[in-house]
Write a protein that binds this ligand. Structure first.
Ligand SMILES: [Zn+2]
Length: 428
């Protein structure tokens, strides 16, 4: 791979720190004679501490008949400061790689941060190439058998997992084998279809790794898709293969969600006729409003009704109707609510909400039996506000916030309709 194809252009007034490097082992590798300095190589590079001019003193064997004469030796330390041909030191290189892969910065963000924080000007293209090379090095390091052996020295048994990640539908799936005791990604590969034939080599590779580490595989974890089940059974016949918790919950929830969805259908069948109720209420409100308008000699009362609120005249006449409409709206919201997950399925939420409506209606009925007309209307107001805030049009509101909003809204911010109920009934 070629890095830094374009020679880096340094501004004329760049203030370089000088760094002279000598060859440390100056014995000629061929004849053992003391080598001489034959040339100087100059390199300029960015470090996090500022620009550096590196002067590399090149050595060769003074004996013209020795093969060490035609070859020059560079200072050993050079490679520890920067990779060949790169215009940046290891520190900048690692800084870029870390920001990209650990913090998920974009290339342009890295570009501007390098400039802002360190005054290092590198093109996005160059950063892209550095990032690529960093990735290759990281992968090589991750798979380095020596490093692996060191990490697994004190481990008795290992636990392996395999899973496919598909960032976008229709694209390749990245299959990743991880080792869970050390929380380490062993390797990954993008596969087109994830068939048993495609997956098997990954499992074979995992087996080779485990063998080279000389470790017993205690367990395999996966979502147990067919390709994993057959592959692992073939290569690890005596190793148990279990569902991972996440997949387990999701799969266990499947029949529950099916039953839940069936229950939802049953509830919807039972709770119906909302439209009929609403139509009847509206019709009654219209009729009563017309009667009032016909009988009412006072023209100012009609003018006091704000324009553009069609329910207003009716509510003036029959407050109970508005409460019924509020209940209908709330129940409709409940029936259309499809929020919820495996741990709190939508049908359960629906059943709970419908029960609350039943209890609410029952409280009203109980109150009506005992209380006066006046206190009755206050209860209606509270209840109808409670119901509409809790199950109103905003379905996404969570249980917690609906509880607080119910408390705070109950009396301080009643709905427009219910406010009118209170006014009209107290003037009765
Ligand atoms: Zn020599």
């Amino acid at each position: 791979m070629e890095i830094g194809r374009m020679p880096y252009h340094w501004p004329k007034d760049t203030d370089f720190a000088l760094l002279e490097l000598d060859v440390l082992d100056r014995d000629c590798p061929f004849c053992g004679r003391m080598m001489h300095i034959c040339d100087h190589r100059y390199r300029h590079l960015h470090t996090l501490e500022g620009p550096v001019e590196m002067v590399c003193k090149l050595n060769h064997c003074p004996d013209t008949s020795c093969p060490g004469h035609a070859k020059t030796k560079s200072p050993e330390v050079e490679i520890t400061i920067a990779l060949p041909k790169m215009a940046i030191g290891w520190d900048v290189f690692c800084w870029i790689g870390h920001r990209r892969y650990s913090r998920h910065w974009s290339i342009t963000q890295i570009e501007s941060e390098l400039w802002d924080d360190y005054g290092i000007k590198i093109s996005a293209d160059s950063i892209g190439r550095y990032v690529q090379r960093y990735q290759v090095m990281l992968a090589a390091r991750q798979e380095d058998p020596k490093v692996l052996r060191r990490q697994y020295k004190s481990v008795d048994e290992i636990i392996l997992s395999i899973d496919g990640l598909q960032p976008e539908k229709g694209h390749e799936t990245l299959y990743v084998v991880r080792e869970l005791t050390q929380k380490r990604v062993w390797f990954g590969e993008a596969l087109i279809s994830g068939t048993a034939d495609e997956v098997l080599p990954l499992i074979v590779k995992a087996k080779k790794w485990a063998e080279s580490l000389n470790k017993k595989v205690a367990l395999w974890l996966s979502d147990r898709q067919d390709a994993f089940v057959t592959g692992i059974a073939a290569e690890f016949p005596d190793v148990p293969h279990r569902y991972c918790d996440n997949h387990f919950l999701r799969d266990v929830a499947k029949p529950v969600l099916e039953a839940d969805s069936h229950a939802k259908v049953q509830m919807r069948k039972k709770v119906r006729g909302l439209r009929k109720i609403e139509q009847a209420v509206r019709k009654r409100q219209r009729v009563e409003a017309e009667a009032v308008a016909a009988n009412d000699a006072e023209p100012t009362k009609a003018a006091a009704v704000p324009e553009g609120s069609p329910a207003a005249p009716a509510v003036e006449v029959n407050p109970v109707g508005a409460v019924v409409l509020d209940y209908c709206a709330a129940v409709r919201g409940i029936l259309n609510d499809d929020q919820g997950g495996p741990l709190h399925p939508p049908g359960l939420r629906m059943a709970e909400a419908l029960n609350e409506v039943c209890e609410s209606i029952q409280r009203n009925l109980d109150e009506k039996k005992g209380g006066s007309q006046r206190s009755n209307s206050t209860v209606w107001q509270a209840v109808s506000t409670e119901v509409s805030t809790k199950f109103g049009p905003n379905k996404r509101r969570s249980e917690a916030t609906s509880k607080t909003s119910r408390k705070s809204r109950r009396h301080s911010i009643p709905l427009a309709g219910t406010a009118r109920i209170a006014r009209s009934s107290s003037s009765n």
